[in-house]
Design a protein around this ligand. Structure first.
Ligand SMILES: Nc1ncnc2c1ncn2[C@@H]1O[C@H](COP(=O)(O)OP(=O)(O)O)[C@@H](O)[C@H]1O
Ligand SMILES: [Mg+2]
Length: 336
């Protein structure tokens, strides 16, 4: 593993036991995040993004289990961590933030004290130096662009707006200077202007601290100017990945094309908004034999139903599609 690789997921599969049956939810996922990179993981709801994110920090649901693969952070396979190692590392070397900032904050503890607890769990030496501790917290609140940090320090979560709470969560996640932040739909619940501010904070953290970010969203429109590279996930599997600009300007996989043509600003003026017909299949409806997208694909062939899709490199892209040779015909159908 190169020393610039922060996160490396190799052939990771996760399943559930439901009614004594093994049901697959994440299928053979591989992805990488390098030092200082912002990497997007996108796909509609139900595609397995959160399960992947939660697996990175050992928070996958109790009824799930790892079928195969490894998840390495800094060259250590975290799937082999003991609970002591998890307690030392989570919130310290790597952190996760979610969509719902209220549920991640303790409603009964003032913001300043919550951040303080996070610091001293990992850095006992700060416990005695109360002045330094407070200054660290105030500085962090300033760097997540919270005005009046002193007031925030002494507030309870319910006294803050949703956008302020999400900033507090970013402060909590980054206070111990982790190398990796996993942000799972972290801006989804926020209105558009607050969303932009939060992205701006994350972008500043990325530049100033060389923080690597795995940014998960169902909305390709949000990640388009924010990420360096993007992975597109469908029904538990990665279908396409590449440089963000290139992937969005020239999508190859039919699913990526469908996602992009559903972003309002990308559809041609005057044309109706095209969306992909149908829904992501539920876990019970997945067969895992052919291509996961076969049922909704406008150009699928027989081979797509029956043969597992191999990974191929094509035009600076990593692709899982039997039909990349027919790229031209994909273009005709989707780019009208
Ligand atoms: N605890 C669970 N038990 C059974 N199925 C689950 C559980 N958690 C998630 N799933 C299913 O796994 C699939 C992927 O979920 P998730 O990773 O949350 O998707 P995403 O984050 O992409 O919206 C969905 O079909 C979801 O219903
Ligand atoms: Mg999710």
């Amino acid at each position: 593993m190169s020393k610039d690789l922060i996160l490396e997921i190799n052939n990771f599969s996760l399943s559930f036991i439901i009614n004594k049956q093994e049901i697959n939810a994440v299928n053979d996922v591989s992805l990488k995040v390098e030092k200082g990179e912002i990497v997007g993981l996108v796909g509609e709801s139900g595609c397995g993004k959160s399960l992947t994110a939660l697996s990175i920090v050992n928070l996958a649901p109790q009824n799930s289990f790892v079928v195969q693969g490894e998840i390495k952070i800094h060259d250590e396979n975290v799937l082999k961590f003991t609970s002591k190692q998890w307690n030392e590392r989570r919130g310290n070397d790597f952190s996760i933030i979610f969509q719902e900032p209220m549920t991640a904050l303790d409603p009964l503890v003032k913001i300043g004290n919550q951040i303080k607890q996070t610091i001293v769990i990992h850095n006992k030496e700060f416990k005695k130096d109360k002045i330094k501790l407070k200054q660290m917290i105030i500085d962090m609140l300033i760097s997540v662009q919270l005005k009046d940090p002193e007031l925030i320090y002494n507030s309870y979560p319910h006294q803050l707006s949703g956008g302020m709470r999400q900033r507090v969560l970013i402060a909590l996640a980054l206070i111990n200077n982790p190398c990796l932040l996993v942000a799972d739909e972290a801006t989804t619940a926020l209105d558009v202007s607050v969303q932009k501010q939060v992205l701006n904070i994350l972008s500043t953290m990325n530049k100033d601290r060389n923080l690597s970010i795995l940014f998960i969203s169902h909305d390709l429109g949000i990640v388009k100017n924010f990420c360096d590279r993007i992975y597109v996930m469908y029904a538990g599997a990665i279908v396409e990945s590449g440089k963000a600009n290139d992937l969005i300007e020239n999508p190859i996989h039919p699913y990526t094309k469908g996602l992009i043509s559903s972003i309002p600003s990308f559809s041609k003026r005057g044309s109706t908004l095209s969306t992909i017909k149908g829904n992501v299949p539920t876990l019970l409806k997945r067969t895992n034999t052919g291509c996961p997208f076969v049922e909704r694909c406008l150009i699928s062939k027989k081979i797509c139903l029956s043969e597992k899709v191999p990974q191929q490199n094509y035009n600076n892209r990593s692709l899982y599609c039997h039909l990349i040779d027919l790229e031209k015909s994909i273009k005709e159908k989707y780019d009208e």
